[in-house]
Design a protein around this ligand. Sequence first.
Ligand code: URA
Length: 434
Amino acid sequence: MRMTDVIERKRDGKALTGEEIKALVKGYTEDSIPDYQMSAFLMAVYYEGMSDEEVAALTDAMATSGETLDYASLGNKTVDKHSTGGVGDKTTFVVAPLAASCGIIVPKMSGRGLGHTGGTIDKLEAIPGFKTDATKEEFNTLLKTYGMAVVGQTQDLAPADKKIYALRDVTATVESLPLIASSVMSKKIAAGAKGIVLDVKVGSGAFMKSADEARKLASTMVSIGEALGRKTIALLTNMDQPLGYTIGNLLEVEEAIDTLKGEGPEDVTELSVQLVARMLMCTDESITFDKAYETVKAKLLSGEALEKFISYSESRGADRALFSSFSSLYEGVETIDLYPEQEGYIHRFDTQGIGRAAMWLGAGRADKTSQIDPAVGLKLLKKSGDFVSTDTPWVRLYVRKGTSCEDTKRLLQECIELGAAAPDTLPLIIDTVT
Ligand code: URA
């Protein structure tokens, strides 16, 4: 295979064979294909796209470029959940123990945050002592003991994706549907679960700004999953406002625990229950959505999932006593309330801007080397559709005492859009793609 021929064919809109795609991924991973040729290929894909068959072949080649996990000894009930990234998304901490309480096995490898969306692993590490790395043996023991494991992604999983993603990042080729879909799915396929439930976020805080774009991404990922033998279901969910009220590592863990206690925000609770109901449907094709939903909701209210999350956390090094109050962890942090500059109904949030504001306070990373402060962040006091006036605060900032945050306050005031009449808001669950 001559690399220039492959680039030329893709440039001219022709389809590549599975063998060519495999050789391309292998060559790039092993350094026999240089960055400049891979960059040209990625740009050709950006403009010309890929057929479903090509995307499945690319995903498979990246998924098998390193270690692949399988849980044959644990039976057929392994299901993974993946979100395409949103602001305030803490559902993993509810979904994993809730699914495990329903008999599903949840092997979850998660990432750290970069930019305006937070990372699951950073959030868990906001709990003092919490260990997020695990050897393969520890990972399997966690799955056998708790039915769940949420750990940092190993270096060996889909190394081709890691290398190609780094190149996309610097060649303006991230925003390509076949490249995003194959990148996400290669990691999910390599991580080995038999079922995959995808939470594809749509709106001002998401990669995909419109439901149509998100639907296309979701159906491409579902086709890849099914072509590679995994039961895959995607939900399109609203990211025109943050999920729940909190954005910030410790604040989000606390809100997830409230949700496990049955006292969480409506949207976090509803989305978590819907995701787990879909996970249940992946393991049992005969169950209806209504039955699955009812089963999961009852489990949440039973308190079993809360106890599972606490005992799992304890096994990972956390102090059980903390789960009754996190207040000691906010030492040195003060709160500042922000008031709207006018009155009206909240029509829209610039959710990405709110995520950026939390990052500026220290809750996220501006670059790979930034240090996260687990106790800072913000809490929305109002959500879309609520009426606000100039004497009621709409957001509470949690900041290190003595930090100047004038820029953050200014940014936040630009993130809220008011109108004179109550708005129509997008539903939380916009669509389901199977
Ligand atoms: N997340 C991924 O893992 N890959 C992409 O390409 C985009 C988002």
